[in-house]
Design a protein around this ligand. Structure first.
Ligand code: SAM
Length: 203
């Protein structure tokens, strides 16, 4: 039993390093070759409008690495508090900041401090404000019952502790709060070679 726990912890550590490396690589050099859709091409494919993409700095759009479009069902209102789980280089968070306006707020969460800094700098470039908190999604530095809406795009699948993440989202949501999440779900059990391959898990 101990062996299983130890090997799981070791795999989790390797996976974390791979996730940190890979998303930062997309942010540092978006034109490099990746085996999944990213950047403006991906965003257009997922239904983001050209006008909305033009309201975000090119750097944030080029580094976009989501798997869908959580804004389509988010119904963001002026003045709301929105949390973007796994905010990356900031594209989704900045779009949310435009929609909540000056009386609302957007909190980004990312475990990678470099991504947090990039997201806040990208927001500043277009006069938007987001506050990115560097933290793991499994332990959110956010008060209970304090968020109107959580958006997230291709992030929860990266966690080893998905149930824990969902429990955290329910903890921080206000009564009647909403979740708008796009993610990857497999209808069948993945083979052990996929599960144990940090590169495949990270993407
Ligand atoms: C798919 S990208 C997010 C896309 C983003 N919404 C955008 O607009 O480009 C994934 C981000 O989640 C972060 N991430 C991955 N695992 C995490 C974890 N356990 N806790 C917090 N952040 C995590 C990564 O550092 C990365 O920046």
């Amino acid at each position: 039993m101990q062996d299983v726990a130890e090997s799981q912890a070791a795999l989790e550590g390797v996976l974390k390093d791979e996730i940190l490396r890979m998303y930062q690589e997309i942010a540092d050099d978006p034109s490099a070759d990746f085996h999944f859709y990213h950047g403006r091409e991906a965003a257009e494919l997922f239904g983001y409008e050209a006008q909305a993409l033009d309201s975000v700095p090119d750097g944030a759009v080029a580094s976009f690495a989501g798997v869908g479009n959580p804004h389509l069902r988010a119904n963001i209102q002026h003045g709301e508090t929105v949390l973007d789980l796994g905010s990356g280089a900031g594209m989704d968070a900045i779009l949310a900041a435009h929609e909540v306006g000056p009386n609302g707020s957007v909190i980004g969460i990312d475990m990678n401090p470099v991504m947090c800094r990039k997201a806040e700098e990208h927001a500043e470039e277009v006069g938007a404000t987001i506050e990115c908190r560097q933290a793991p999604m499994e332990t959110l530095p956010v008060n209970d019952n304090s968020v109107d809406l959580v958006i997230s795009n291709g992030v929860i699948n990266l966690s080893f502790r998905k149930r824990r993440v969902i429990e955290e989202l329910y903890r921080i949501a206000k009564p009647g709060g909403r979740l708008s999440i796009t993610d990857i779900v497999s209808g069948k059990q993945l083979s052990q070679n996929i599960v144990n391959d940090p590169k495949l898990w990270a993407s």
